[in-house]
Design a protein around this ligand. Sequence first.
Ligand code: HEM
Length: 508
Amino acid sequence: MATLSLLEVVSLFAVAVGVVTLGWRILNSPLYAANDAHWSVKFTGAWIWWQRVTEKEAQAVHDAHVRLGPVVRLGPKELSINDVDGGLKPIYDGRLPKTNFYDVASSYGEPPMVAIRGEKQHQMRKRLVAKPYGKSTLMHDQAWNAEQSRLADELVKALDGQLKTSSDIELYDIFYAWAVTTTSAYIFGANAGSNLLCNIPEARRVREEYFTQRTPQFISAVLPIPTIFRQWTGTQAEIQWIWQSQERAEKALQSAPKQTSEDQWTSVYSFMKTSISPETSKQGPPAAQLSARETAIVSSELQDHMIAGIDTSIAALGACAWLLSLESNRQWQDRLREEVKQVPTAASFAQLEQLPVLNAIVKESLRLFPPVAGGQPRVTDKPVLVGPEGHRVHVPAGVKVHTQALTLHRSEVFERPDQFCPERWLDSSSDRVKEMERWFWAFGSGTRRCVGEHLGLSNIRLAITTIWRTFETRETQKTKFTVGKGTISLPLPNGGDFIRLHVKRVGS
Ligand code: HEM
């Protein structure tokens, strides 16, 4: 019988110790208490990585929750929790830090607010942008309200222009143009934004580029590429406009630095520019000219806001348009039209916020197809208890945890969760509405909740009011909407069409 050399004995011993240690760790991991999304998740993160690369993450995690309950293990050190008290509270109200997932939003070597991990740095950055996005600013800024009415007229003209050639219109082009025009106007100021609404063929060209360029860029976001080699996922054309808008905003400020909000709203750019010095220099008044680092911070931040605002708004508008155009939802289109006729065409933020049917439709669309449908990852920096009663899991430090709107929004708190039922927000008891509100998570929660929520909602409400006051829409054979790519809700293209609807003018 052959005898083993000393080296072989030592090697075998090392392998045996490795196997036993690994087995011991796997069996004793506190995450053992969670149900596994796939048999392999105890040993490797390959299953969830594959879902990410193939852009099926949100749906795959949702299916796992449906099969396995509120706490699901996605990898050796990764959990998804579908609960308010046992998920949103410990993770997001508990201010667990973000993971490096958000690094992809950084440009010019400067992380924007969404990617800043330290709590103090995040608070400092938020002070530079929170005021212009505040509800009270948006509600009371008369110059911005007047600009929105002007843009609403442009929206009607854009639809009329499309109707001259066909009654079947790709509304996605219109929504893309609307989102770019309104978001860039607010961020960069009067005449500085990109007026795509006046050029729908160009909007279509860029929107097509956007969809073809996005997939490889998204994949790069989930591959282990060092941050320095990543650029934010905007397309070439988008980045170009954002630069041009920023240049125009800067020129406008140089030529009329003292312009007040009586004739012009305070753009996010000008607010940021005058408040940024304390972040970089700690003393002295704000400089008229930004330093190179300050320019990089402002550009990275606002580039991210543009992309964040556009992606989410077109997803929300697309879902809403599609749902309203289904034959089975016809009554909601009629009720909406009746309601919006009660306010003037130049309705203000405050007036639109008060319309119950409009807001129930918007909320229900965001519930069924939340633009940010997938998990918002955080990492435990201390031991944390997650999960509802009966499903509790003690999570040690260093574990990735998240919750996703797609699954929260299909909880049993919502009766018939897969159906479009705006009436749930109108006719339910106040206790029930409160409970549904707790589970409604389209804008996230905690200190990292969406800062652009009120701007996004006001632009969405205005587009919906403007379109369905004047036009009627019907589904065509080609329309199809689903929770699309990866973690965001998007219509899936069908023969090149996204939201092609039959449009008819019914109002003056
Ligand atoms: C329907 C419209 C919108 C939806 C559904 C939405 C959704 C969200 C969600 C879920 C988050 C949290 C992300 C996370 O923590 O992982 C977020 C964050 C953020 N959103 Fe929005 N968003 C919308 C519109 C906008 C607009 C219009 C802007 C700006 C123009 C904007 C800018 C941001 C920024 C800067 C953050 C990061 C906040 C922080 O980390 O403190 N969003 N958004």
